[in-house]
Write a protein that binds this ligand. Structure first.
Ligand code: ATP
Length: 747
């Protein structure tokens, strides 16, 4: 038998079952897949059809265990389960499979397993956690959870049909969680969203529609179904092997959610953007997108794909994850740089001799203050001038006083009249001269300079292309600017993570680095998590994402209980979609469940720190590196570390390059937590005056617009921190709780 003719895949969720099998069986599975692919009919495999008809077959893994497989077509097999021999035959009529009419995806349900899981949860619910449950309109315990919906409505929402009778028996959320553990993905999502109080129409629109098949579904064509994103299966032999081995296998590498898979594989006619709440897999989608793009490239040694993000730490993380996803072969075709580093490279390439030192915003602010002091200038505040210079002058590439008089200052807060603008212009000129003299430059200057250089480069490339076209497409024509003949766009595709925090200069630079073509720019980000000041309108920067914008809504990271509280932090605010329109988190949900977030009040900072140390001491079953404490200031980070040390708990601080050490509880300020995730998260010092800072509160009297902007940023920081946790969240404060906690405390 020709072994290339046999395809063997594994259905999502079967891998979870495999993980629970004895180690010897996992070893046997590894051999099994080799043998099966070589020849499914080999006598040792004892391949036989179950029930004497249909697509369900069994094959021998070892003396005790059998793999259950669906025969999709000749030589095309799908492992749906691995079971003990006895269990296969005892409950044969409880094994069901089919193609979901709504999504067109293959689903397998073992009714026996589902019912047992529900029964295990039938015991009375656990006592309430620290906080009382909020009053909801949920039915009383003895009433069926889904009595308000007909069978037809449930299946129209995409619920697996064989499960409907069991679903009818559910009366508690705990039982529902038992069912979801073994139910197909969409069934779980739909039922939880309904139980969380969403209406039939909301669920239809937000959960079902995004994964519904775009064409009519033939429920007999299993081979076609296997190719749809709704069927979550391994797609490569390597993924199959990894999943069968169990252990540390990363599900994110293999089982993309159908909505994620669609975004990864789509052919876009221009720049595309993926939004979505924290933990919905935006970074995962960006990584798979990079792989997808590289897979389409002709072989070569160059790096035609750029993967970028806004800081060094995150870029290092992207590199590590991309390596995990596709190995050295994939990484070797991708330039992975954080956006400031990329801009600096461009500037250095143009000015090879330059030895300028690049300084961050804090250093720049110190320079501003020093200069204003020296000039005896007390009319202007350093923060204001620095933002004005960075956001309006550098942000819009304003080069002259006259241009500055006309510049738009949208979202900048207080108005400035003509005389004031003249004043500001003069001060910023003095400031840039001062930096020049000191041999320094800010990152915003680097970004702006890089944007200019790249835009110039693009114009030269376009001029050459025009000349080529005029010369009838010949390549070795005599070009007017011979030196530019070798010029090419730097990249064929650009993928951007954490897009919400890039500045206009960055976008202009990126826009000029890639030709305006299909699949040129793919960006992912969430404006609810914007922690830097700049708001951009991509359309005005030449990046037109209209009609190519999508959103992910299912969190893979954190529990429903944590999401609910995190969303309350953002209550009443509105957000943009990076293109001048508004963005929501509608449909943002999770199928993970856990305890309610804990809220701890203390009388002062010292007792708050003691309470934190006490709480951590009770978590002796969790590796300390999986616990993080987020605080408002560096000083507070150090103070927490000292308290923990007294309590015998090791801690490491998270610096700009990530954690400074490998062992201990991670401590950092809110800014450091972007892109990270932990099993348990503590947010400390969430007191009024710290979150938001007193300086922000003071702005209310002097500059209302800036006050609002800074308030939003402080809110987003707290939101980011709250959504880093996978299992549990504890919020601490002393004195008056932060105003952002009001909705959480009112519940
Ligand atoms: N399809 C998937 N299967 C399994 N795990 C997934 C999947 N997609 C995402 N995850 C996991 O969910 C977590 C969050 O993913 P990711 O970091 O990509 O989210 P994000 O939307 O970029 O989050 P943030 O906006 O907070 O940075 C990670 O642990 C990731 O491995």
């Amino acid at each position: 038998m020709n072994n290339t003719s046999v395809t063997l895949r594994l259905l999502d969720k079967a891998d979870k079952e495999i993980l629970k099998l004895p180690r010897t069986v996992k070893g046997a599975l590894y051999d099994f897949q080799h043998k099966f692919k070589a020849n499914p009919q080999a006598t040792g495999l004892q391949l036989k059809q179950l029930k004497g008809e249909g697509r369900l077959w069994s094959a021998r893994v070892n003396d005790e265990y059998r793999a259950l497989l669906l025969r999709l077509a000749d030589g095309d097999w799908l492992i749906v389960s691995v079971k003990h021999r006895k269990e296969v035959y005892e409950n044969l009529d409880r094994l069901t499979y089919g193609i979901n009419q709504i999504t067109g995806g293959i689903e397998y349900v073992d009714l026996q397993v589902v019912e047992e899981s529900v029964l295990r949860r039938a015991a009375p619910p656990r006592p309430p956690a620290v906080e009382p449950a909020p009053p909801t309109a949920r039915p009383a315990q003895s009433e069926p959870l889904f009595g308000h919906l007909t069978d037809q409505q449930l299946t129209d929402l995409g619920v697996a049909e064989p499960l409907v009778p069991v679903i009818r028996t559910l009366t508690t959320e705990d039982q529902l969680l038992g069912l979801i553990e073994y139910a197909p993905q969409l069934t779980g999502e739909v039922l939880l969203w309904l139980v969380d109080g969403k209406s039939y129409n909301d669920v239809l629109e937000q959960v079902t529609a995004p994964v519904a098949a775009s064409e009519p579904v033939d429920t007999e064509d299993f081979q076609a179904a296997a190719e749809r994103p709704a069927t979550m299966v391994t797609t490569t032999d390597e993924a199959l092997r990894e999943a069968l081995e169990g252990g540390s296998f990363g599900r994110w590498k293999v089982f993309l959610h159908p909505t994620q898979a669609k975004l990864v594989e789509r052919d876009y006619s221009g720049p595309a953007r993926v939004g979505g709440g924290p933990g919905t897999g935006k970074t995962i989608v960006a990584l798979h997108r990079v792989k997808h793009l590289v897979d389409q490239l002709p072989p070569g040694r160059t790096k035609p794909v750029l993967l970028t993000t806004y800081n060094k730490n995150l870029a290092a993380d992207l590199r590590a994850r991309l390596l995990e996803l596709g190995g050295e072969a994939l990484v070797s075709r991708v330039d992975i740089s954080h956006v400031d580093q990329l801009a600096l490279r461009v500037v250095r390439e143009a000015e090879p001799g330059s030895s300028k030192q690049t300084i961050d915003d804090n250093q720049a602010l110190r320079e501003w203050r020093a200069m204003l002091d020296e000039l005896g200038e007390s009319g202007w505040d350093a923060d204001f001038l620095h933002d004005e210079w960075t956001q309006v002058i550098l942000g819009q590439a304003v080069v002259s006083r006259t241009e500055y008089f006309r510049a738009r200052r949208a979202g900048r807060g207080r108005n400035v009249n003509r005389a004031e603008r003249a004043d500001i212009w003069q001060l910023t000129e003095k400031f840039t001269q001062r930096l020049d003299r000191l041999g320094r430059q800010t990152w915003a200057q680097v970004a702006e300079r890089a944007a200019r250089l790249e835009m110039g480069r693009e114009q030269r490339i376009q001029a050459i292309e025009r000349q080529r076209e005029e010369a009838g497409g010949l390549d070795n024509i005599h070009l007017q600017d011979g030196s530019a003949a070798w010029l090419r766009y730097r990249y064929r595709h650009i993928v951007v993570d954490e897009a919400q925090d890039l500045q206009p200069g960055h976008w202009k630079m990126l826009r000029s680095m890639v030709a305006r073509d299909r699949n040129d720019i793919f960006l992912v980000g969430d404006t609810h998590q914007r922690i830097y000041k700049q708001q951009v309108t991509l359309g005005s920067l030449g990046i037109n994402i209209r009609g190519r914008s999508a959103r992910l809504t299912l969190s893979y990271r954190t529990t429903r209980q944590i999401l609910e509280k995190a969303l309350e932090v953002l209550e009443g605010e509105s957000f943009d979609d990076l293109d001048g329109n508004s963005e929501t988190l509608a449909g943002y949900r999770s199928v993970l469940s856990g305890g309610r977030p804990e809220l701890h009040a203390s009388k002062d900072w010292e007792s708050e720190r003691d309470a934190i140390a006490e709480l951590i001491a009770t978590w002796d079953d969790i590796p300390h590196e999986q616990i993080a404490i987020c605080v408002p200031t560096n000083q507070m980070a150090q103070e927490v570390a000292v308290t923990l040390a007294h309590a015998g708990i090791r801690a490491v601080e998270i610096g700009p390059d990530g954690p400074r050490g490998s062992e201990g509880v991670h401590i950092g300020t809110m800014f450091r937590f972007k892109g990270l995730e932990y099993q348990r998260m503590i947010i400390a010092g969430v007191s009024e005056g710290l979150v938001p800072r007193q300086a922000v509160i003071r702005l209310q009297r002097t500059d209302t617009l800036r006050y609002k902007r800074e308030l939003l940023r402080a809110r987003s920081l707290l939101f980011v921190a709250a959504t880093r946790s996978r299992d549990s969240l504890a919020i601490f404060w002393h004195g008056t709780p932060s105003r952002f906690l009001e909705p959480l405390l009112a519940a």
